[in-house]
Write a protein that binds this ligand. Sequence first.
Ligand code: EPU
Length: 418
Amino acid sequence: MDKLKIRGGRPLHGDIAISGAKNAALPEMCAALLTAEPVHLVNVPRLHDVRTMRRLLDHMGVTTQTHGERGGMSFVAPDTLSPEASYELVKTMRASVLVLGPLLARFGRARVSLPGGCAIGARPVDQHIKGLQAMGAEVRVEHGYVHATVPRLKGARLFTDMVTVTGTENLMMAAALADGETVIENAAREPEVVDLANCLVAMGAQISGAGSDVIRIRGVERLHGATHRIMPDRIETGTYLCAAAVTGGAVRLTGTSSCYLDAVIDKLMDAGCEVVSERDAIRLSAPARLNAVSLRTSPYPAFPTDMQAQFMAINCVANGVAMIRETIFENRFMHAVELQRLGADIRIDGNTAVVQGVAKLEGATVMATDLRASASLVVAGLVAEGETVIERIYHLDRGYERLEAKLAALGAKVRRLA
Ligand code: EPU
């Protein structure tokens, strides 16, 4: 099984390009299920999760093709496809549940495996189901599968009990082909929801309010093909900013924008970094030692849970004490014990971690438990003295395109071991 070996202690310097956003690519691939015409996506990141979604779509009968070097991918979902997603594929990636809304809206039936729990929490999909039922679907959960049927979904007023990103996306896609107007209240405001709305509008959907907590969708009879460019990955961007910051480096990240990252950049500036926004790039330069920064994760536009682990890593060697509160997922501190193996001083009490900065971390062998946890181990490994070996780096391959190449371009000493 692949491992990543990092020799820490070198400040990162230079320019790298940021890839397309995983969490926009996955729902947009599913949006292609809403039409029989070709949907072309540009700037699709080459990631394990994208390959898993492609396999799932292929399996249903969607024709998928990749084009050229610039992350072009096209999808044709014929009327004859089989609206089913099996446990074998869904269990490996929760985002597979994003096929449910589009399949039901277009084919009037869907059979999709429940995703089950994962390393960061239980992550139920009850809100997705509740919304589809409110739109008139008959939904049964049997033998681990969601069976949903409806002659045609009807527009409805939907309210989710909590802010859910993929829940909002599933319901927005379903509503695009429903009869009448759907209003999603308490909608997620994440930029990926807006990017998906833009993709759907390019396909002929009538959507307003994406990016606010009330989204209105006027259903149409049919959608058509379109070409859509996927937004930059704000979490990949934030991760490289943390990597540069912790090493006292200076980097320029291109093909991305600070507009998606206000909360993250604010914290990096509180930590002592200088951050400059350019038109399609962000520059960061960091002091030799960062100040500790406390944070609390919340839905967008507040601080993202997907950056919590990386900030825990930078706080491990910062000057002072940081309090980190995780409010989105109930089990998202798995990286703390691994960071402790590198010499970090972290105490966990429920959903709060107290991190006392230490003068240095020391390389050790650590284990990645999920995607962002493994990113935090990379950040820590870059500043740790000596060699850090990260095991189970397939987690990293789910969300970071060409990670070693990008880090090496910034001067890091990293190597993949088979
Ligand atoms: N929730 C429910 N019921 C539901 C839906 C959600 O109880 O029906 C709960 C979840 O258990 C969680 C909270 O609501 O406690 C928020 O979960 P959300 O549904 O927003 O998460 P998600 O849509 O499954 C997406 C991203 C995650 C990211 C979260 C939060 C994708 C494919 N995934 O997950 O990304 O952490 O939003 O921003 O968009 C990652 O990229 O590493 C990752 C985990």
